[in-house]
Design a binder for this molecule. Sequence first.
Ligand SMILES: [Zn+2]
Ligand SMILES: [Zn+2]
Length: 269
Amino acid sequence: MAKVNYHTHTYRCQHAKGDVEDYIQYALANGLTTLGFSDHTPWVYEDGYISPIRMRVDQLDEYVQTINTAKIKYDGRIQIFSGLEVEYHPDKLPWLIDLATKHGLDYMILGNHSYPHDEYGSPQCHDFFAIHDIDDIHLYVDVLTKAVESDLFSCIAHPEVFMRGYRKLDDTARLAFEQIITLAKKHDVVLEYNLNGLPFDHLYGIHTYPHPLFWEMAGKAGCKAIIGYDAHFPEAFEQWEDEYQKGMDLLKHCGCTIVDTIPLGKYKK
Ligand SMILES: [Zn+2]
Ligand SMILES: [Zn+2]
């Protein structure tokens, strides 16, 4: 099993450090054979909203070009792919799909962070990082279902991320786990075991995400799993070696089918 990562950010999203080259250096030094970049997608906001957690629309060209240059430079040493981490925001997606096709993007991963947009603070915006009630869990699963059915995404990043806010392993959470796993199995979509959630376990003293029960259930269902660093700083590939190994052990123990590739080329012309 090759050591890979398809979930890498860059400084452009305003809450990560380092650029493409920095991540490649650490990836090479730590034995990764594939590095996919999936920075937070830009969105167009009709009302002029400026997101503090994404690249700007006018940075996308340069982002993809930087990755494409690195693909050539590092050819034969490490495989580089261009991607984005994208929410299921239906009104905005057609615009993004056009751009992804224009750029020949290699893939998109689903980051189900918000719905139907991410203008945090607006009453219409549901923030899935901060879910506290059952209705929002139902909405989270509903949106995730629509996203998977759209067939736009190569992987579901942090599928159980709602546990960051919800933090209760009750019947509602268990049912949501089951629904997400059934969906992933039905559509043969890869689930990501997200290393970036582990610090919240320490912060709250409980499991948030990745959640051991979720992966136990995913293994029993025979789901495909991949480890994602969700790297927001280049040193993650060095500093999270233990977490990576423990994650691999857990996924094996649970009986998940661990994969080191995700579907590529959906957006090639
Ligand atoms: Zn981020
Ligand atoms: Zn991410």
